[in-house]
Every structure is written in structure tokens, then in C-alpha cells.
Design a protein around this ligand. Structure first.
Ligand SMILES: CC(C)(COP(=O)(O)OP(=O)(O)OC[C@H]1O[C@@H](n2cnc3c(N)ncnc32)[C@H](O)[C@@H]1OP(=O)(O)O)[C@@H](O)C(=O)NCCC(=O)NCCS
Length: 151
């Protein structure tokens, strides 16, 4: 299993990861990678099946993780951590020094993942996301990936 860049032809393989998923739609993400100078995305595949993917935008030294997801039956196996390690290294190699992201306060799985990789909380947007009953905060996190990959 190896990480491969996401291209337009990959869309069909990624569709199962985005069925009934919260967060950005696959169409939104595919539209982003139509601009390869400012968007990079990779996926892991297992046979013909995509099991994880991660999408970033970047401008100059600033990168942003837009989405990461792992197939439900492949979670807690270290796939997201491995994919992020690989993709953040790729971003660092093209001159991105800081990666930022935004995550729902209640998304403890994702927050644990990011903290484990060295992301730190740098801000909070109160009542940012709509939830079934009311709203919840967005947590803003950032990591110095230059220091992580070129110590
Ligand atoms: C968040 C997500 C990508 C994690 O993927 P994963 O492959 O299961 O994560 P990993 O196995 O690499 O786990 C790495 C670390 O993340 C944390 N983590 C992952 N899932 C967790 C969970 N369900 N509960 C608590 N911590 C969790 C743990 O710290 C874990 O390390 P550990 O297994 O040594 O304890 C996955 O749950 C997912 O696709 N969720 C839906 C999409 C989503 O919320 N994406 C984030 C948008 S901001």
C-alpha cells in the first residue's frame, strides 16, 4: 500500500469514503485539486479500494489541512497518522513551513490524531459549526512542519 496523488480519475475510488460523511463534499474537494498549484491531495489504496485520503491547500509557506478521512472499517490502525506524516513531509519538501487546520471541538478522534503529531491549539471560533441541537466551537490548530521534517 502506498500514498498516491489524487487526480480527477481517482474520484470513483474515493466516493465510498464520502458517502454519508459529514464535512466537505467530494465535489468541493475535487474542484480544489483542479488547481494543482495551490492544492495537494493523496490517498492510500488497498487493492482497488481507497482506504484513506488527505487534502491540503497551500500558498507560499502556509498550508492548510482541508480534510482527512479513513474508511470506517480501517480506523484505529494508524492509517491517518501515517498518511499525515507522509503528506506533511511532502508539503515541507516544497517549502511549506506551517500547516494549519480547523476541527470541531467534539471531534476527539481527530484532535487526538493532530495532537499526537505535534499540532497545537492556536485559537477557537465560538459557535462556529451548526450541530443538531445548537452550535459548537471550531478549534484552530497549527504545526511547524519545517521543524518537524528539517530539524
Ligand atoms: C479522525 C480519523 C481520520 C482518524 O483516523 P485513524 O486512521 O483511525 O487514526 P489513527 O489510527 O492513525 O490514530 C492516530 C491517533 O489519533 C487518535 N484517535 C484516532 N481515533 C480515535 C478515537 N476514535 N478516539 C480517540 N482518539 C482517537 C489517537 O490518539 C490515535 O493514536 P492511538 O491509536 O495510538 O491511540 C478518522 O476517525 C476519520 O476518518 N474520522 C472521520 C473524518 C474526520 O473527522 N476527519 C477529520 C476532519 S477535521
Amino acid at each position: 500500500m502506498g500514498a498516491q496523488p489524487i487526480q480527477a480519475v481517482t474520484r470513483g475510488q474515493l466516493r465510498p469514503l464520502y458517502e454519508a460523511a459529514a464535512g466537505p463534499s467530494l465535489k468541493f474537494l475535487m474542484d480544489l485539486i483542479a488547481r494543482p498549484n495551490t492544492c495537494k491531495a493523496w490517498y492510500w489504496e488497498n487493492g482497488a479500494e481507497a482506504v484513506a485520503c488527505a487534502w491540503f491547500t497551500h500558498v507560499g509557506e502556509e498550508g492548510e489541512l482541508i480534510d482527512i478521512r479513513v474508511a470506517e472499517n480501517k480506523r484505529r490502525m494508524g492509517l491517518a497518522a501515517s498518511l499525515l506524516n507522509f503528506t506533511l513531509g511532502e508539503l515541507a519538501s516544497i517549502g511549506v513551513t506551517v500547516c494549519r487546520l480547523e476541527v470541531r471541538q467534539s471531534n476527539f478522534a481527530a484532535r487526538g490524531l493532530y495532537e499526537g503529531l505535534g499540532f497545537e491549539t492556536v485559537g477557537q471560533r465560538p459557535n462556529y459549526y451548526r450541530v443538531q441541537e445548537g452550535r459548537e466551537d471550531a478549534i484552530l490548530m497549527a504545526a511547524n512542519i519545517k521543524a518537524m521534517f528539517n530539524p
